[in-house]
Design a protein around this ligand. Sequence first.
Ligand code: AMP
Length: 420
Amino acid sequence: MPFKSLGLHPLIIQAIQDTGYTEPTPIQAAAIPEILKGHDLIGIAQTGTGKTAAFTLPLLHRLHTQPPKPGNSTRTLILAPTRELVVQIEENVCAYAKHMPVRIAKVFGGVSERPQMQALRSGAEMVIATPGRLLDLMGQRCANFANLEHLVLDEADRMLDMGFLPAIRRVLNSLPKKRQTLLFSATLSKEIEALTHEFQHQPKTVQIGRRSNPAETVTQLVYEVPRHLKASLLAYLLKDPGMNMVLVFTRTKHGADRVARRLESIGIKTATLHANRSQNQRLRALADFRSGAVRVLVATDIAARGIDVDGISHVVNLDFPPQPEDYVHRIGRTGRAHAIGDAISFVCQDDYSNLRSLERFIGRGIVRKKADGFDYAAPEPPMPIDTRGPRDSREARPRRPQGAGGRAGGRRFGNSRGGR
Ligand code: AMP
């Protein structure tokens, strides 16, 4: 089915063609007509299915074709769990709206409030925000949502996991009741259903794929390995040049730093993405990964949330995720849209019960593999010294939180949760 048959404005079709998409993904084909009709919608779809375009394309159409109410107020609000996701949604919107400029404000924590306040005050038609910072700025009367027409809750399940429910409630209760509300989530839990009952009006539901099934294009493998040899096994597998754009997940930010140091020490360009990194450092790590300047990006779950990078060749779960949902989210980073990717998980003795729960959750067994020629009996390797250049060594140091609330030398920094 061509994009043209969905009823989108010709200027949007032109931008889609410029982007190189040839046909809508299933979530787009199902959701776009419903959103164009003005219905509320629940979209159950993982990252990687094209869900961002599924809501941004029809909302841009509605912004362009419906005259604004008088006054300089925001017409569309998109709430998302992380700043990375806010940045990516905005990048998508800018690409799709290149022939019909829209004034957009991005709002997220960890950077100065002032430019965001100015963007809100100068009358952004579309605001893309994390709930916490938005609430702060609304408290300072910067936002004007009196004529809001569309609201999107993106990755609603993640926002609830991250404890944003009270902030979301407060934001939503201050918006006009008559509006179109779209909610996207990877899973449809009881909590999500409660949210939709509270804030949506007769929503249509669009569900892509089986709820708990990882992207079908992803080949999944498990390597059993003693804990102390995980980084060595990763380095060994990376001898395969086919692993050219590799996203590695670790449980903790310190674990992420350790692996990165190890890989750098053997000449593999590596960046890290976790809660101790500033916004600029995160954006640079992502830019370097996207451009190929670094081959490996090591991330924790929360920091990697919503990252949108095309062409990831492999996802490696260096630490096996305790929750099946996290596994599904992680491996959704590869095999994105129509590409084929591989998901590799390292498991130690302690991970077997989680592995079995995961296999039950996704409804199939995952193939066990042994790395031919790898020395599984090797002793613990020595801790690598920090061989990264002065710039990276400086960045790897934890930042002191701004303002009160952090403890010097303590485990929590800024807004990070649980050391991730
Ligand atoms: P998302 O699920 O929104 O994170 O999108 C996943 C990836 O698919 C992004 O890199 C999009 O640029 C890409 N994408 C979205 N729609 C299409 C499409 N119709 N055809 C090809 N790629 C797409």
